[in-house]
Design a protein around this ligand. Sequence first.
Ligand code: SF4
Length: 382
Amino acid sequence: MGMLLGVSARKDGHILQIHTPESFLHFDRTGRFVRRIWPGQVIRRGLDGRMLQVKVIRHGTKTYREYLDLGETEKEAALTAAYHEAINVLQFLHPDDPWIDALEHWSSVALADDKQAFQKVYLPISILPPDQYRSLVIQITHGCSYNECLFCDFYRDRKFHIKSMEELQAHIRNIKNFFGERLADRHGIFLADGNALVIPTQRLLSMLDIMKMEFASVAIPFSTFMDTFNLKHKSSEELKTIYRRGLTKVYVGLETGSDRLRDFLQKPGTAAEAATALIRMKEAGFGLGVILLTGVGGRAFADDHLQETLDLLRDIPLTKDDAVFLSPFVEPSNSEYAGKIRSGGLAAFSQEEIDAEVFRWKQHLLGYGPRVTLYPIEEHVY
Ligand code: SF4
């Protein structure tokens, strides 16, 4: 039993945290593995069965993060070790603890079944804002109504589709069955995929009403992604009604305030039009998360990108309840972006240069009203 010295178990009814000599293990209220944390390293498992390892690497005075999607063998080894250690700790500390049965239920077969059940309920949840990982995701649309921004391949695998009321009802039933008691661990509802505000207003309002009724136990509010070029289809009165009905926070892919870069990235609409959309959202009451794509376009665009974005932000009445997200650019898996950089005779930034750009942007945004925070898309696991 010497190996169990220095262990503890903390249970607050819906989460189990096991402290082993080297790490912390977290399990959800059913005993499903959620994450393991070591100093400078974490492994997280998503509902879709993905397991992401994030390591903090120190190199001289610099710190950066390394991301690794674990393969099947590594996942199996990580889960077997986690359950084995957690059950050992509980058997040592509290041999009659009902959590032991809960942990033993999650054999690799049960975890594989859970992953399959998730995949029957959802299309892949390609991306979420970093403060929405604990939300309940409801896919009221599939994909993106535009789907052609050069830097974005999140929804290239699917056609844009707005769910009918019947499809939404079926999706809600499936979500309830899948989550069961785990629903209580979700806070707020995130409307996926790309842009719920593209839905005709009356239909969106009816959808919000149904979701509020069906998920009364999950704390509202609703939030969603939004792209600025679609807003012209909504009047200010409609926006206020949507806000009052519970959709109160939107994450806006502004990306840049530079028209030259927007054009290069095939992002529809001018920076001035995007600013108008953001101002209208603020006037209607919405909380905004403005997403900026740091490092995209490389050196040729870098100074305009920063300066013109700062100029645009100055015109938007953002408050401390809003957020500005700096999203370090990650090259999409398709080759269109790299091809356009090459054919334009341009040079993409290296990872080190992107990190330096993030630092430079942060310096320029010091003392700016809203919270300024990172949005590393590689960290997304749902
Ligand atoms: S960035 Fe937004 S608008 Fe552009 S393709 Fe991606 S989801 Fe669609």
